[in-house]
Structures are given as structure tokens and as C-alpha cells.
Design a binder for this molecule. Structure first.
Ligand SMILES: NC(=O)c1ccc[n+]([C@@H]2O[C@H](COP(=O)([O-])OP(=O)(O)OC[C@H]3O[C@@H](n4cnc5c(N)ncnc54)[C@H](OP(=O)(O)O)[C@@H]3O)[C@@H](O)[C@H]2O)c1
Length: 253
């Protein structure tokens, strides 16, 4: 690829700057999809298709960029590739087909912005693990890899189970919203977002890298404020919403 460590570092810092800008933006304007959809955001597309399109670079482009790197056949980069794809194959090619969002749409703009972000995110992270980063076999006995991987896997399990509970609230063909109950939902409104944030914090620890930190920061900046907005929305929408439930961190926030 025609790039350099300097270009890569500059784009990684750009992603950190984008995380800060995103935090400010989504704290003021809630992304208009799902329960917060609005009519005045331009042309629309089917929600399922939107999810597949906007997340697809994270599977396809990531694999392509990864296999351009000189470390592509080394064990630790392959483990990291496996972690990344474990999450994104589910998110891109399984989750959209499980959603009960028949007839729902999202603004093309939301899809385009997420797609554009993934191009940057994928370049920064894929290029790091197989080219500009350096993970020799000794990383396999470093606790940071295993603590990060455990956090990642734990977050993934929470995320997938939490999404599955939400999806199961609707019977096929239904479109409305209900109060989720049981398991982590007794403590927080958005365990799927908590799981997602743990996953990418785990990725940051396992890769012990600025690109990993950049994506963890972006995820927290993007869905942290949305968790607070979703929580407020539940309280306003359902008068009998459980009082003690927090937004995203049990007993705290
Ligand atoms: N890394 C990141 O920056 C990032 C950003 C955004 C999302 N994500 C991940 O992508 C996944 C989906 O995100 P999301 O924002 O769409 O999550 P969400 O608002 O919690 O919705 C998840 C699914 O459950 C349905 N649903 C939610 N609450 C419901 C309720 N009370 N009753 C019935 N159905 C309900 C939604 O339907 P509707 O679509 O019809 O509302 C949607 O199909 C999550 O796992 C999230 O962590 C990651």
C-alpha cells in the first residue's frame, strides 16, 4: 500500500479528534435512527440494508487491508484479526437478519456517515495489527493480550445477549417498543451498549495501541450519550418504567 507510518499516525490522531467532535455532536443531536428516527433527514433506505452496508467495510475492507501487511501470517496478528472478525461478521451479516425491523428505514445520511467512519477505523486498526504494529510471539504470554481478550469476549457476550432480548420483545411483524426485563435489564437500560464499550476497551488493551484506544474512545463517545438519551426516552415513554434502573453502568450512571 502507498502509505507510511507517519500518515497512519496522523489518521489515528484524526480519529481521536473525531471521537471528541462526535461526543459533542451526539450530546446535542441524537442520531435519527431506531426509536429516535425523524422524517426530515433526507432520503431513506431500508434499515436492514443500511446496517449491512455501513458495517461491511469492517469485514471486507479490514480483511483486504490486513492481508497487505508484512506480518499477516504471524500468530498474534492473526489472533487479533480473529477477534475483530468475530465481532464484525456477527454485526454485519447476522444481526441485521435477526432484527425485527420490517418496513423500518434509516436516513441514507446516517448510513453514509457510519460507512465513512468505518473506512477510517478499518484502515487505522487493520493496518496497525498487520503492518505498523509489531506483535511477536512473546505477546502471547503478555497478560495484556489475555485480559483484553477476556474483556472483549465478555463484552461480546453481553452485547449479543442484550440485543437478542430486545429483538425478542417484538413478535414477528410488530414494530412498537416494550420495557425489557430480567438479567442486566434489571440494572440498566442499555446493556447492549455497555457490552459494546467493554468489547472495544478490551480491544484497546489486547492491542495496547493508539489505534485500539482511538476506536474505544470513539465507541464510548458515540453510544455513551445515546445510552443516556435512550434511558430518558424509556422514562418518558413508560410511566411504570422501573425507578432504580440506571442508563448504562449498574448503580452508577
Ligand atoms: N460501536 C459503535 O459505535 C456502535 C454504534 C451504534 C450501534 N452499535 C451497536 O449496534 C447494535 C444496535 O444498535 P442500536 O443503537 O440500534 O440499538 P438499540 O436501539 O438498543 O436497538 C437494538 C434492536 O432492538 C430493537 N429494540 C430496541 N429497544 C427495544 C424495545 N424497548 N422494544 C422492542 N424492540 C427494541 C431495535 O429496533 P428499532 O431499530 O426498530 O428501534 C433494534 O432492532 C448494538 O449492539 C450497539 O451496541 C455500535
Amino acid at each position: 500500500m502507498v502509505d507510511s507510518p507517519e500518515i497512519h499516525r496522523a489518521l489515528t490522531w484524526a480519529m481521536i479528534a473525531l471521537a471528541i467532535v462526535t461526543f459533542i455532536a451526539v450530546s446535542r443531536i441524537t442520531a435519527p435512527y431506531g426509536r429516535h428516527e425523524q422524517a426530515n433527514w433526507g432520503p431513506r433506505m431500508p434499515a436492514k440494508l443500511g446496517w449491512i452496508v455501513m458495517e461491511s467495510p469492517a469485514v471486507l475492507l479490514f480483511a483486504w487491508i490486513y492481508f497487505q501487511g508484512e506480518h499477516r501470517f504471524e500468530l498474534v496478528p492473526l489472533v487479533l484479526l480473529g477477534m475483530w472478525q468475530f465481532h464484525y461478521v456477527q454485526r454485519t451479516f447476522v444481526y441485521p437478519f435477526r432484527m425485527r425491523s420490517e418496513g423500518k428505514t434509516m436516513p441514507v445520511l446516517v448510513c453514509a456517515l457510519a460507512f465513512g467512519f468505518q473506512l477510517l477505523n478499518v484502515y487505522v486498526n487493520a493496518r496497525w495489527i498487520s503492518a505498523f504494529g509489531s506483535y511477536d510471539a512473546s505477546w502471547l504470554s503478555d497478560p495484556r493480550l489475555w485480559i483484553g481478550a477476556a474483556l472483549f469476549l465478555g463484552g461480546w457476550l453481553i452485547n449479543v445477549k442484550a440485543d437478542a432480548i430486545l429483538i425478542a420483545l417484538r413478535k414477528p411483524g410488530e414494530q412498537g417498543y416494550k420495557i425489557p426485563r430480567g438479567w442486566l435489564y434489571e440494572y440498566i437500560s442499555c446493556p447492549n451498549y455497555l457490552g459494546e464499550m467493554l468489547e472495544w476497551a478490551g480491544w484497546a488493551v489486547a492491542t495496547w495501541s493508539l489505534p485500539g484506544l482511538a476506536f474505544a474512545m470513539f465507541t464510548i463517545a458515540n453510544i455513551g450519550p445515546r445510552a443516556l438519551v435512550n434511558h430518558r426516552w424509556y422514562r418518558q415513554t413508560f410511566p411504570d418504567y422501573p425507578e432504580q434502573r440506571k442508563a448504562v453502568i449498574p448503580y452508577v450512571l
